[in-house]
Design a protein around this ligand. Sequence first.
Ligand code: ADP
Ligand code: MG
Length: 260
Amino acid sequence: MVAALEIRNLHASIEDTPILKGVNLVVKQGEIHALMGPNGSGKSTLANVIMGNPAYTIDAGQIIFDGVDILDLGPDERSRLGLFLAFQYPVAIPGVTVANFLRSAINARRRDQNPDDKGISIPEFRRLLTEKMAYLEMNNEFAGRYLNDGFSGGEKKRAEILQMAVLQPKITVMDETDSGLDIDALRIVASGVNRLVGPELGVLVITHYKRILDYIQPQHIHIMMDGRIVESAGPELADQLEATGYKPFFERYGLVPTEE
Ligand code: ADP
Ligand code: MG
């Protein structure tokens, strides 16, 4: 069965300020969606709420993943169900290499399925890691680096993509943040995503700019304004946005631009 992330009439607030005002969105395995929108429209809030960030209050609505209502689950439980959030582990972990980190992640997953699991053997793990790194055209040396310790933006993204390749989530949410990625990081994300997409993986790319969409081709584009998805269409919607900017969308929905 194809897994889906279904967001239904989601309302969420932070510190009593309503941010999400009725979001509806369905992303299925095998599909690539882009969520676009001006700064402050609520894109990162949506990513945080999908992840289970406790700073946000859910006021109404549901998030169903693979048939399960996940709103009462913690971030770890969501991840074990097959939901991946690209910015899940942004912190540096001193003394833990990329390889160690990935091995613990695999073992946590295996123990979740069977509490008596002894963990993946070292030779088996090496084989898996070598295979995934070769497929992603990553240098083997990278696996021996300490996770996120002095990583460039590109290296952080490389670690995320590798984590995705190893954990094989069903749906991944990538918030590309408004600070933006340098071109190197952008290419790493795009080529990784392009290699990993297929019938088993659904992707929601969140982005302010069309730039990343020159590298990743989503079938569905959604525009978020003032906490709601106001338009959904095919790739032509991103071209339209590129041509006009967000101004006509603000006008169409009677909203006042704060900044662009
Ligand atoms: P986007 O990712 O689309 O730029 P965000 O989800 O980051 O938008 O922000 C949506 C809105 O939430 C913005 O108006 C922002 O000012 C507001 N916001 C974000 N964090 C807080 C906070 N801690 N307290 C109050 N308002 C916040
Ligand atoms: Mg954001």
